[in-house]
Write a protein that binds this ligand. Structure first.
Ligand code: KG4
Ligand code: ZN
Length: 334
């Protein structure tokens, strides 16, 4: 029954979690507010905030788990992908912690961690997904369709050829002058808007790949034209615009996921990553699952965006395989 301390610092959330086996004992997240005023994450500021947060966040995670430092059996950390200066803080902390306690280190890939969040035992009744599992990973930096054969075996079936889905949502929000990160704001405003008010076309991309940069550009041009006629256009139609652009992006995501699952005859379908918090995406996938008789897995909201619990569960599966990391491993950004 290993106690695993997990550290996540790849972007702008400093997080630490403690797991005992696959059970979550604590999960503490310090989100950085400093970036809001810049409309995006400023890497230098993120790194500095991680440095300020890391020790108190780890202390809180140990405290909430009710255990001492000496009870930890291994340290899992996000090695990449992410921002170099951000990753370095978590990586260095994890290494020092492991070295001081003479316990093994486990390196974790951030994307794999997002997906494995589905296997965190959050209560005694929870049954995790079975394999094979089709998963749509949608975050601020990545958009991928993956087929999982086991916890640590993932086959990449499709991905974006340019922007990520989260990036597209965030850019759409920025064009409308909404605060960063735009995803949750668009989600909220869209609830009181009409998703069929405006139509935005999705590109024709072969196979299971995606492209989002064209959607963003056509949204930008559409608004520029409308604003010339009416400078108040965005203000007047904010909710409808949010609902319509959200529908465009999420329907596109689901169309390819549906294709992937049907083509491969997979009846278990999951979504993961920050954008999997989107309520339109969640509801639409639920309906799609009912139609095709799939078992659909939606992560609890606390496990959608960046958190260390997901790093801990990925670390646990690697711990079981004895897959430990060398103290000299550098982080990777992509
Ligand atoms: O996974 P994540 O926390 O960080 C990365 O690894 O990138 O994902 C962050 C992304 C941002 O683009 C954010 O706008 C988006 O997830 N996001 C959402 C929602 N909540 C977060 N997008 C749409 N609807 C949401 N409710
Ligand atoms: Zn992430």
């Amino acid at each position: 029954m290993p106690n695993i301390l997990a550290i996540e610092s790849s972007c702008d959330d400093t997080s630490a979690a403690v797991l005992r086996d696959d059970r979550l004992l604590s999960n503490v997240i310090a989100s950085q507010k400093v970036h809001e005023q810049y409309g995006g994450v400023v890497p230098e500021l993120a790194s500095r905030a991680h440095q300020q947060n890391i020790v108190p966040v780890v202390d809180a995670a140990l405290h909430n788990a009710g255990i001492e430092r000496g009870d930890i059996d291994a340290v899992a950390f996000t090695r990449g992908p992410g921002l170099l200066g951000s990753l370095l803080v978590g990586v260095s902390f994890a290494k020092s912690f492991a070295q001081a306690l003479q316990i093994p280190l486990i390196e974790v890939n951030h994307l794999q961690a997002h997906i494995l969040a589905h296997f965190i035992k959050r209560d005694d009744t929870y049954t995790p997904p079975r394999f094979p599992l089709m998963c749509l990973l949608v975050s601020g930096g990545h958009t991928q369709i993956l087929l999982l054969r086991s916890h640590l075996e993932m086959e990449l079936l499709g991905q974006t050829i340019d922007d990520a889905a989260g990036e597209a949502v965030d850019k759409a929000a920025k064009i409308m002058d909404l605060p960063y990160p735009g995803g949750p704001v668009i989600d909220k405003l869209a609830k009181s808007g009409n998703a069929d008010a405006f139509h935005f076309a999705t590109p024709n991309i072969a196979g299971l790949d995606y492209s989002f940069s064209g959607i963003k550009t056509s949204f930008l041009y559409f608004l520029r034209d409308r604003l010339q006629e009416d400078p108040q256009f965005i203000e007047k139609h904010k909710e409808d615009l949010c609902a319509s652009i959200q529908k465009c992006i999420m329907d596109f995501l689901l169309k390819k996921l549906e294709k992937a699952a049907l083509r491969n005859h997979i009846g278990q379908v999951a979504i993961a990553g920050g954008v999997s918090a989107n309520s339109y995406l969640r509801e639409s996938l639920q309906r799609m699952g009912e139609k095709h008789h799939w078992k659909v897995y939606l992560p609890p909201l606390q496990f959608c965006t960046d958190n260390a619990a997901m790093v801990g569960i990925a670390g646990y599966f690697k711990y079981l395989q004895g897959d430990f990391a060398d103290i000299a491993l550098p982080p990777y950004t992509r």
